[in-house]
Design a protein around this ligand. Structure first.
Ligand code: TNX
Length: 564
């Protein structure tokens, strides 16, 4: 791609960009694979829109929504027709208008846009491809295309250009921790809205943890009656404190179905996570019989502090396995995606060492320790393998945090590399699929600049002595990550993609959540979608200032200001 900056003199009249005097530069985020601009523009105001009837209904619906919005904001109606034989008509090149054509030769999720002064032709093979073409078109239009008020002063032109675009990775994800702090359905939808604009396609929804169980499970009502609420929360970084305020919440199955459908309309698949067999204190509080003998302290309580709880599931009991299969069964029935995340991280195995059921299970399975891998560690392998097999019977594949790689892991599991990149590199070399989400680049709960005095209290403040953070996860740091760096060429096909994780121990309000998400989410968009040769931090940052951050302002979304 020669240049991804579109000199859009046509946008010069846009008041909301505050740049009426000089031509605005727009830079599509994420940077497309190929974009060549030509001479002239095409006016979309009142343009007739034609959709290939071979496109699926969701695609046609998405085009209609675009047309309705364009009609509203531009003040002239654009109607959508679905004439038979459209593809052939377009081949003749004689017609005026905006055309959406199904073209099987376009890569999955990819799209092509060809704009002349008479017509714009969009080609895609899939629903996501159509959505992404529409997102790119929006980014070429005045900002008011995202609004709901007529902006008849604006020029509804797009530049003549040729775009062909495909994502670098199939998995472009964000993890949202709804356990440490709970985020309403509306807040989750707000995040999905922005993810869709930036062509992200997976929301990893962290739904269970020590500090709260967030998903309704019919067979185990106490998970939400009891496990969804804690009696207070530690204050700031003080481990011994407790604000004494009951805190919690959960999603009903109907709410979850609503979020799944909302995400699907935006091309986003939800990956639900039930974190097991550690991070289970909320479940243990709901059903203490799932715990280990002698577990202390008693009674169990939904945790009011952060950190790694030593109280874990008693996986030696068959009844615990049944609990897990029942829960995962309901989760699998609810979520249509192919992956269920089963956690697996940070499971201290001390309780298993003295629990008679766990020791009996270890003996029954003939598990022995070897080198770094203890018999208890192998017991966790057994749990992972059983859940993997159970979920396979429901047509689902598992993802686990990189701890699942310790010991033995059955083929077909996907490893999410979080403790740096080493786990991902190793897993890929062993033939497992991998999603890269290393703390070193992708942990957006970490602070965004080294000056801790200038940032809201975060997990970095908690763990750093003094006022200077050594390795902030700045916008530039996220942007600079290449998920394929260090991966030998032969293993690269196993890297499904990349994800940023937003853990929320120290994030209690939507404003703070948004501050941590943006604009780092746009950097994630670019590292997951764009080819490295098309990345350019300065141009990206310029585009944020000129266009993407004003868009967040328009939506009333908070974000961290750019460093000068
Ligand atoms: C580690 S990442 C965790 C989380 C914490 C996070 C804080 C992972 C699999 N486990 O439980 O919230 O660190 O950054």
């Amino acid at each position: 791609m020669k240049k991804i900056l579109i000199m859009a003199a046509l946008l010069a009249s846009l008041d909301c960009l505050g740049c009426a005097a000089k031509p605005a530069e727009i830079r599509i985020v994420p940077a497309p694979e190929n974009l060549e601009t030509g001479k002239g523009t095409l006016n979309l105001r009142g343009i007739s829109i034609n959709c290939d009837p071979a496109l699926d209904m969701p695609s046609i619906r998405a085009v209609r929504q675009f047309a309705d919005r364009l009609s509203l904001v531009s003040g002239r109606t654009s109607s959508v027709a679905t004439p038979i034989g459209l593809a052939r008509v377009v081949e003749n090149g004689k017609f005026k208008g905006l055309f959406f054509i199904k073209d099987a030769s376009v890569a999955p999720e990819g799209y092509r846009i060809s704009v002349t002064p008479r017509s714009a032709i969009v080609r895609a093979s899939s629903f996501n491809g159509v959505l992404y073409a529409l997102q790119t078109l929006r980014q070429m239009l005045p900002l008011s295309i995202y609004g709901t008020k007529p902006d008849t002063d604006a020029k509804w032109n797009i530049p003549c250009c040729e775009i062909s675009d495909t994502p670098r990775f199939a998995y472009r994800g964000l993890m949202l921790d709804c356990c440490r702090h709970f985020w309403s359905v509306d807040e989750v939808k707000k995040v999905l809205d922005v993810m869709a604009i930036y062509k992200l396609n997976r929301l990893h929804w962290h739904l269970s943890d020590d500090q709260g169980w967030r998903i309704e499970i019919d067979k185990y009502p106490r998970l939400t009656e009891v496990g969804a609420f804690r009696n207070g929360t530690m204050i700031g970084g003080d481990w011994e404190s407790n604000d004494g305020i009951r805190y919690g919440g959960y999603y009903t199955k109907d709410q979850i179905r609503d979020v799944i459908a909302y995400a699907a309309e935006r091309g986003i698949t939800i990956v639900p996570e039930i974190d097991l067999p550690g991070h289970m204190q909320a479940a243990l509080t709901s059903y203490p019989e799932l715990g280990c003998a002698g577990s202390q302290p008693q009674p169990y309580e939904v945790w009011t502090r952060w950190g790694v709880s030593r109280q874990v599931l008693n996986v030696g009991k068959e009844s615990t396995m049944k609990f897990l299969e029942d829960v995962l069964g309901e989760v699998a029935d609810l979520f249509p995606g192919e992956y269920i995340h089963i956690g697996g991280d940070e499971c201290p195995r001390d309780e298993w060492k003295t629990d008679p059921d766990c020791q009996a299970k270890i003996a029954e399975l003939g598990l022995t320790g070897e080198g770094d891998i203890s018999a208890e560690s192998r017991l966790q392998n057994y749990v992972t393998a059983r859940m993997q097999k159970f979920l396979a019977s429901k047509g689902k594949k598992i993802i686990g945090w990189d701890e699942i790689l310790e010991g033995e892991l059955s083929p077909g599991a996907t490893v999410m590399s979080w403790r740096g990149t080493a786990g991902g590199i190793k897993a890929a070399s062993m033939g497992y699929d991998v999603i890269m989400a290393p703390t070193t680049y992708c942990y957006i709960d970490y602070v965004q600049s080294s000056d801790l005095t200038a940032e809201p209290f975060s997990i970095t403040h908690q763990w750093t002595k003094g006022d200077v953070a050594e390795r902030p996860i700045s916008l530039e740091r996220v942007y600079g990550y290449d998920p394929l760096a260090e991966i030998p060429a032969g293993d690269q096909s196993h890297i499904l993609g990349v994800q940023c994780n937003l853990w929320t121990e120290y994030i209690a309000t939507p404003e703070h959540l948004e501050y941590m998400l943006f604009p780092r989410l746009m950097a994630l968009s670019e590292i997951s979608w764009s080819k490295p040769e098309n990345k350019d931090f300065d141009a990206f940052k310029g585009g944020l200032a000129a266009r993407q951050l004003p868009l967040l302002d328009m939506f009333g979304i908070n974000y961290r200001k750019l460093d000068q």
